[in-house]
Design a protein around this ligand. Structure first.
Ligand code: DQA
Length: 147
């Protein structure tokens, strides 16, 4: 199976961006870890980062016929992008939302996700490991009903 991992705005700066909150692991390192863990789980991982809402939406649309599940960290778009939420609902693929930080323990504006209702679940607060946990969740979802 194939999994698309989407990283939203400002995540290209991971490693240097507010390391006290987001850690020192770079996005390239996260993508590398995902590819490696994916191989172990029998999942082909395709990753994409954009600072542009429309580019992320285009990628979700293309995913409809190309992948089996989506993992996404929408960055700040989490908190206000109804367009991203609608794109996820439109393609209907199982999706898992990821956050490096525990958004529920932060500023009030970060405590609500408008994209999460279009996802099967959310993993937040485990740093770079959140993405690997999401990959485990995706494998479980894709495995459902197969045994
Ligand atoms: C984030 C949390 C968001 O509030 C923030 O805007 C980000 C990163 C996280 O991974 O913790 O860009 O999605």
């Amino acid at each position: 199976a194939r999994v698309l991992v989407l990283h939203g705005p400002n995540l290209n700066l991971l490693g240097v961006r507010e390391p006290g909150i987001y850690g020192t692991t770079t996005l390239a390192e996260i993508d590398r870890q995902l590819a490696e863990r994916g191989r172990e789980l029998g999942l082909e991982v395709v990753t994409f980062q954009s600072n542009h809402e429309g580019a992320l939406i285009d990628r979700i649309h293309a995913a409809r016929t190309e992948v089996d599940a989506i993992i996404l960290n929408p960055g700040a778009l989490t908190h206000y992008s109804y367009a991203l939420r609608d794109a996820l609902a439109a393609v209907g693929l199982p999706a898992v939302e990821v956050h490096l930080s525990n958004i529920h323990a932060r500023e009030p504006f970060r405590q609500h996700s408008v994209t999460a209702p279009a996802c099967r679940g959310v993993i937040a607060g485990f740093g770079a490991r959140s993405y690997l946990l999401a990959l485990e969740a995706v494998r479980a979802i894709l495995q459902e009903g197969k045994d």
